[in-house]
Ligand binder design. Structure first.
Ligand code: NAD
Length: 471
C-alpha cells in the first residue's frame, strides 16, 4: 500500500491541512493500491504562495542556470525510470513493457527536448526601434490526466521551468503515484524551494487552482468537459487557460494506400494503451468499394491484440477504472443498438479475465457519421470503420466531428496527401505512418483545445510578450 499523506510544497514534504484522502485503485486487481491526501483551499493557497515567492528569483535566472537544472532532472529521471514505470503500471494498468517504454520514456523526452529548445529560444529580439521580450508568465497551475501521466506532466513542467515560471502541479487523482516519484526526482535534482510544488486532489482541487487570483496561467490536459469547467472557473481572474482536450481522430485510407500496412498501423495505434490516447485514430475511413478487404484485414490485425495482466506480455492491459469500463460498455452496446456491424470483440469481459477492468478489443464496420460511436470519444479499445465515396466525401466525414486533434492519411501516387492535409481541421496530421516529432506542435482545433504543447510552441504558452518601444 502506498500512502502519500503529504504534498511537496516550498521544497519540503508537508502534511495536508485537511484530513481527507483519495483511494487509488489498481485496475488489474480492482483492489485499493494506496491513497493520496486531498488538497483543500488552504493547501492550494500554501502551494500558490510558495510558487509566488519563488517566482521573484526563478524568473530572473539565466538561461545557463535553467539549462543546468533541466540537465540534472534528466540525470535523476534516468536513475528513477524503473520507479516511474512501476508506479504507472500500478495506477493506470499499463503493461510493464509499455510502462517502461513509451509511458516513462515520453516524460524523459520532453525534458531532453526542453534542453534543446532552451539552448536557442529567443527571449528578446529587436524589431526596428522596438525591443520584443518574452517573459515568464508567472505562477502556473498545471492540471493533468491519467492516461499518459508522465508524458502530460513533463510536457508542461519542462517548458514552464525552462521559461522561468513557477509551478503548482495537480496530477490526476486516478493516477497520482508517478507524479509523487516525479516530485522526488525534481527534489533530488535540486529544484529551488517553491519553484515546483505538487498537490493532489480531484476536480475541486483543480477548480481551486484554476480560480486562484495568484495563479497567472492554467495549463489543462483532460476531457473537454473538464477543460470547459476549468476555463469557466478561471475566467473571472482573466488568466490564460491552455486547453489540451479530447479527440475523435480519423485515419483515412486513400486508393493508393498500402492497405495491410495502414490497417495494421491503425489497429495497433487505436488499441495501444487500451485505447486510452487522446490522439488515437478511432474512425477508420475506407473507400466504400474496398470495405470487405479492409474489414477482413482489421479483423485479422485485431486478433493479434492480446489482452491480459500488466505483468504478462499481453499487448494491452485493463482500462483505468470501473467508471471507464462501464462507459465503454455502454458505448459498445449503443453501437450495436444503432445498427453498426460488430467485426471483432463486443460487450463483456474477455474470457478468463473476470477480475480487472478488461475490455475486448472491438471493431465496428458499417458505421455512419451520425452514430454515437462515431461522434463520442470512447477512450477504450474500440474502432469504427466508415465508408466514403470519393476524396471530397472522405474530407467531409473526417471534418464532421466536434474534435480536431489529429488525422492519419495513407495513400500513394495521385492521392495528394499534402493537399488533403491542408483541408483537415486538426492540429497534427501524419502521412503514411511518418515517425513522430517531439519538436512539432501538439494540440487541437475545435473542441480538442486551444493550446499547443511540445518544442518551442510549448514554450510560447508560458511566456508573456512585452514590447519596449524605443528600447
Ligand atoms: P478529466 O477531465 O476527467 O481530468 C483531467 C484532470 O482535470 C484531472 O487532474 C482532474 O482531477 C481534473 N479535473 C476534472 N474536472 C475538473 C474541474 N471541473 N475543475 C478542475 N479540474 C478538474 O480527464 P481524464 O479522464 O483524466 O483524462 C482523459 C481525457 O484527457 C480524454 O478526454 C483525453 O482525450 C484527454 N487527453 C487529451 C490530451 C491532449 O493533449 N489533447 C492528452 C491526454 C489526454
Amino acid at each position: 500500500m502506498r500512502d502519500h499523506g503529504t504534498f511537496y510544497i516550498d521544497g519540503a514534504w508537508v502534511a495536508s491541512a485537511e484530513p481527507r484522502s483519495i483511494d487509488v485503485i489498481d485496475p488489474a486487481t480492482e483492489q485499493v493500491a494506496g491513497r493520496v491526501a486531498e488538497a483543500g483551499a488552504a493547501d492550494v493557497d500554501r502551494a500558490v504562495a510558495a510558487a509566488r515567492r519563488a517566482f521573484a528569483t526563478w524568473s530572473v535566472t539565466t538561461r545557463a542556470e535553467r539549462l543546468a537544472l533541466l540537465t540534472r532532472i534528466v540525470e535523476e529521471y534516468r536513475r528513477r525510470e524503473a520507479d516511474i514505470a512501476a508506479a504507472i503500471t500500478l495506477e493506470m494498468g499499463a503493461p510493464a513493457a509499455l510502462a517502461a517504454g513509451g509511458q516513462t520514456k515520453s516524460g524523459l523526452s520532453h525534458f531532453e527536448a526542453a534542453i534543446t529548445v532552451l539552448a536557442d529560444y529567443v527571449f528578446e529580439e529587436q524589431r526596428g526601434t522596438t525591443r520584443i521580450r518574452k517573459e515568464a508568465i508567472g505562477v502556473c497551475g498545471l492540471i493533468t490526466p491519467w492516461n499518459w501521466p508522465m508524458n502530460q506532466v513533463a510536457c508542461k513542467v519542462a517548458p514552464a521551468l525552462a521559461t522561468g515560471c513557477t509551478i503548482v502541479l495537480k496530477p490526476s487523482e486516478v493516477a497520482p503515484f508517478s507524479a509523487v516519484v516525479f516530485a522526488e526526482i525534481l527534489d533530488a535534482a535540486g529544484v529551488p524551494p517553491g519553484v515546483f510544488n505538487l498537490i493532489n486532489g480531484a476536480a475541486d482541487t483543480g477548480a481551486a487552482l484554476a480560480s486562484h487570483r495568484d495563479v497567472d496561467m492554467v495549463s489543462f490536459t483532460g476531457s473537454t468537459r473538464g477543460g470547459v469547467a476549468v476555463a469557466i472557473a478561471a475566467a473571472p481572474t482573466v488568466k490564460r487557460v491552455a486547453q489540451e482536450l479530447g479527440g475523435k481522430s480519423p485515419i483515412i485510407l486513400f486508393p493508393g494506400a498500402d492497405f495491410p500496412k495502414a490497417i495494421a498501423a491503425g489497429i495497433r495505434h487505436v488499441m495501444n494503451n487500451s485505447g486510452q490516447s487522446c490522439n488515437a485514430p478511432t474512425r477508420m475511413l475506407i473507400p466504400a468499394g474496398r470495405m470487405d478487404e479492409a474489414v477482413a484485414l482489421a479483423r485479422e490485425e485485431t486478433a493479434k491484440v492480446t489482452i491480459g495482466s500488466p505483468a504478462s506480455d499481453a499487448v494491452i492491459g485493463p482500462v483505468v477504472s470501473q467508471l471507464q469500463w462501464q462507459r465503454i460498455q455502454q458505448l459498445i452496446e449503443k453501437g450495436i443498438a444503432e445498427g453498426a456491424t460488430l467485426v471483432a470483440g463486443g460487450p463483456g469481459k474477455p474470457d478468463g479475465l473476470e477480475t480487472g477492468y478488461y475490455v475486448r478489443p472491438t471493431v465496428f464496420a458499417d458505421v455512419t457519421s451520425d452514430m454515437t460511436i462515431a461522434r463520442e470519444e470512447i477512450f477504450g479499445p474500440v474502432l469504427s470503420i466508415i465508408g466514403y465515396d470519393d476524396s471530397d466525401d472522405a474530407v467531409r466525414i473526417a471534418n464532421d466531428t466536434d474534435y480536431g486533434l489529429a488525422a492519419y492519411l495513407w495513400g500513394g501516387d495521385g492521392d495528394d496527401l499534402p493537399g488533403i492535409a491542408a483541408r483537415i481541421r486538426a492540429g497534427r496530421i501524419s502521412i503514411n505512418g511518418s515517425a513522430g516529432d517531439i519538436l512539432a506542435p501538439f494540440g487541437g482545433y475545435k473542441m480538442s483545445g486551444n493550446g499547443r504543447e511540445w518544442g518551442e510552441f510549448g514554450f510560447d504558452e508560458f511566456v508573456e510578450l512585452k514590447a519596449v518601444l524605443g528600447g
